[in-house]
Unconditional design. Sequence first.
Length: 319
Amino acid sequence: METRIEKNIDHAIKLLKTNQVVAIPTETVYGLAGNALHPETILKIYEVKQRPRFDPLIVHTDQLQKMEKFVEYIPDIIYKLAESFSPGPLTFVLPKTAAIPDLVTSGLASVAVRIPDHSKTLELLSQLDFPLAAPSANLFGQISPTKAKHVFHQLQNKIPLIIDGGECRVGIESTIVRYKNNQLEVLRLGGTTIDQLKRICKDIAVVTEQSEQIHAPGQLKSHYATRTPMIVGDIPQLLEQYKQKDCAVLSFSKSYTSGKKQIILSEKAELSEAAKKLFNAMHVLDSLQADIILTEEFPPVGLGLAINDRLRRASYREY
Ligand code: AMP
Ligand code: MG
C-alpha cells in the first residue's frame, strides 16, 4: 500500500468514513486514527502499530458534549478542567457506556477521552459523526512521531495516508487524569503540568498515581525507546566512563562535547522548547549509528517531570 502525505483533509475524511486508518496531526504527537465505534477498525489500529491489545486507546472528539453519549457521566471538576485545558494536551478517563467497543478500552470499564488542539484535526472531527480512536502513530514501544516524516519512516506502506499538519506544538503526549475518591489522579504525566491542574483543582487534591497496575501503558517500563541504548545521568561523567565508545549526547541547555553528535534541546533552558524538540532529537540521534546516547535528568518541575518520565522509559533497557 502506498502511503501518501497530504496537507488537505478531504481524502482523510473519505478514508475514515470507510473505516480505514489514517495518521493525523495533533499538538502532542501524531495519532493513528480510526472510527472509535467500529471494532474492525480498532483491530486495524492495533495491528498496524503492533500494539498489544491490553493497551487501551484514547478517543478523540472536538467537543466534550459529543462525548456525553459515550460516557456515563462527567464530574463537575472534569468539566472545569475541560473549560480551561480543552482543546489541549489533557485526557480524561471516564466510565464508558456500551457505545464504546470493549476493544477500544481493552475491556476496561472506563474510556480515555481528549479534545486535541490542532486546527486540521478539529476540522476533521467536526466533519465526522463518530469520534476517532488514536494512539500515537508509531510502532509500539518506539519513539513517538512529532513530524509527518517520523510517521512515514515507521508506518510507510502500512497506512494509506498521513495528514501533514507540521511539527507538533507541544511534542509530548497528553497528561491523563481520572477523578476518583474526591481526588484527581494523574495516570500519566504529559503536556499539561501538575501546577496547571492544581490551579483549577482548588479543593481537590491532585495526586500522582503510583500503583503497579497498568492503567496507562505509557506506564510500561520500556517505551519511547531509541534503538541505540540511552543512558540518563551526569553527562560529563558518562562521557568519561564511555570514552572508548562513540557517544551521542542529548542535553537540556548546555554543550558538553565538541563532537557533532550532540543536540541541545533549549539553549534558553525553556522546558516547553525542550519538550517540543525531544522526540525529534531522539529520532535524529538514533539515526546516527552511535554506540550510545547519553542524556541527563531535566529540572524536575513543570514539563520537566514529563520529559524525565519519557527519558527514564526510553533508557530502561540494561546496557
Ligand atoms: P498513546 O496514545 O500510545 O500515548 O496511549 C494512550 C494512553 O492512554 C495509553 O497509555 C493508554 O493506556 C491510556 N489509556 C487509554 N484508555 C485508558 C483507560 N480507560 N484508563 C486508563 N488509561 C487509559
Ligand atoms: Mg504511544
